[in-house]
Design a protein around this ligand. Structure first.
Ligand code: PLP
Length: 428
């Protein structure tokens, strides 16, 4: 359609060469979109049926204040989450301030002094290291006499089953499994792999609690970790399941007992899920969940498009454009600081918010090198919205994720590439 190409060129500065290259690459990946659409359709129906089953009604959107006793909307929201994830119970709250907080609450609520926590998939996500005490922070789990053990992945990101078997002892109370690659150059685990890992762990110790950090993974496949044996599944609402509409929040779903333990930690022993006013936020959580399968669809198509554009220009990417997806994150090895900066600045140029701002690398607390972040988001720090970030150090990996819709994600990636071309960093 000529009008489409005209607006891309006149309003977004896309050159004829970049346009032709992108059209060609889009045509080459289009055949993969059908499979992604099928997963989305399945998940849309899963969410819809949970809403119908729980008789969601507009009275549930009413705000509560104060203690928030008898908040019907909150209860229905949590039951809907429990049904979507096929679990007994759910805790879905604005009082869970982010993914790290939800994970910390799930861990601290279910571990007691003398218990041991095991990660069978190597080093956990950066912020979790502080929660556990791998990196000492005030109030970390090790300060409470909870010990930690880790089994690293074998080459090619395989599970070290012998190592895991040896690491499980009578002290092992909880096993934490990170589904997504997070900010590392490694694969993300498919539901099939998580299933295999959990069955192995349960075959060694039946009553160990298996928790999955589900951040970035929700709705990328037709099943969730709780459908293949996970006892607790935890994530952030400013990632996939918030659908871009939740302005804050986290969720914990799983077995009744373990969710209740988490709730007693979030509020207070004896209070648990009974308190926690929702202040009028419930409809955003529910509408966000309703949109989430479609938003994840857009994010995954955007990730595949970016992988294809850059792999065919000779860059290393993970996953490759034709590999199955287990989350929404795309890694691109940019090879130089100039490339990283230009790409992130270009992503920002395609944003709906702050598109006129030029991101620059800065010394962020907690990092050993400058970091650049492109995020023109409606919700601060939301990474279900198109965003890219990168530490400025060799081999110059960029982590790109999100996209509220495929048609926005596409132009965002195109302005990213265009900026690199404009700076003479890439020749097409
Ligand atoms: C984002 C993320 C977290 C932490 O979530 P925040 O909301 O940033 O605190 C934990 N684990 C993984 C794998 C993540 O991607």
């Amino acid at each position: 359609m000529q009008e489409l190409y005209d607006i891309m060129q006149s309003k977004f500065g896309i050159s004829e060469k970049v346009l032709q290259y992108c059209i060609q690459k889009e045509n080459e990946i289009k055949s993969q979109f059908q499979k992604i659409d099928e997963i989305t359709e399945y998940n849309q129906l899963k969410v819809l049926s949970a809403m119908q089953k729980n008789k969601l009604s507009d009275i549930h959107f009413a705000a509560t204040t104060g203690y928030g006793y008898n908040d019907l909307g909150r209860d229905v929201l949590e039951n809907i989450y429990a049904d979507v994830f096929c679990t007994e119970s759910g805790l879905v709250r604005p009082q869970l301030t982010c993914g790290t907080h939800a994970l910390a609450v799930a861990l601290a609520g279910n571990l007691r002094p003398g218990d041991e926590l095991l990660s069978p998939v190597g080093l956990p996500y950066d912020t979790l290291q502080g929660v556990i005490g791998i990196r000492k922070e005030k109030g970390c789990l090790t300060e409470y006499g909870i010990t930690y053990k880790q089994v690293d992945l074998l080459p090619e990101d395989k599970f070290d089953y012998d190592g895991i078997e040896k690491a499980i002892t009578e002290k092992t109370k909880l096993v934490t499994i990170q589904r997504s690659k997070g900010y590392r150059w490694k694969v993300s685990f498919s539901i099939a792999q998580i299933k295999e890992l959990i069955s192995f762990i349960k075959s060694i110790k039946k009553d160990v609690i298996c928790m999955v950090d589900n951040c970035y993974g929700e709705f990328s496949e037709i099943q969730e970790p709780s459908e293949v044996g996970a006892d607790l599944v935890v994530g952030s609402l400013i990632k996939n399941p918030g659908g871009g509409l939740a302005p804050i929040g986290g969720y914990i779903v799983g077995k009744e007992e373990f969710v209740e333990n988490a709730a007693y930690r979030l509020t207070a022993p004896g209070l648990g899920k009974e308190v926690g006013a929702t202040l009028g936020i419930t409809s955003s959580f529910l509408q966000g969940l309703f949109m989430a399968p479609q938003v994840v669809n857009g994010s995954i198509k955007t990730a595949i498009f970016a992988a294809k554009l850059f792999e065919d220009l000779g860059f290393a990417v993970l996953p490759k454009s034709n590999e199955a997806r287990a989350d929404i994150v795309q890694l691109i090895q940019m090879g130089s600081a100039e490339n990283v900066i230009a790409f992130c600045q270009g992503i920002q140029k395609g944003a709906p918010v702050d598109s006129y701002v030029t991101p620059e690398p800065w010394d962020m607390p907690g990092y050993d090198c400058p970091v650049i972040m492109a995020a023109g988001a409606f919700v601060q720090g939301s990474s279900i919205e198109l965003s890219a970030d990168a530490p400025i150090k060799p081999p110059y990996h960029v982590y790109m994720q999100g996209g509220l819709s495929w048609h926005h994600g596409k132009i965002g990636v195109m302005t990213g590439l265009q900026t690199m071309v404009d700076k003479g960093l890439i020749q097409l």
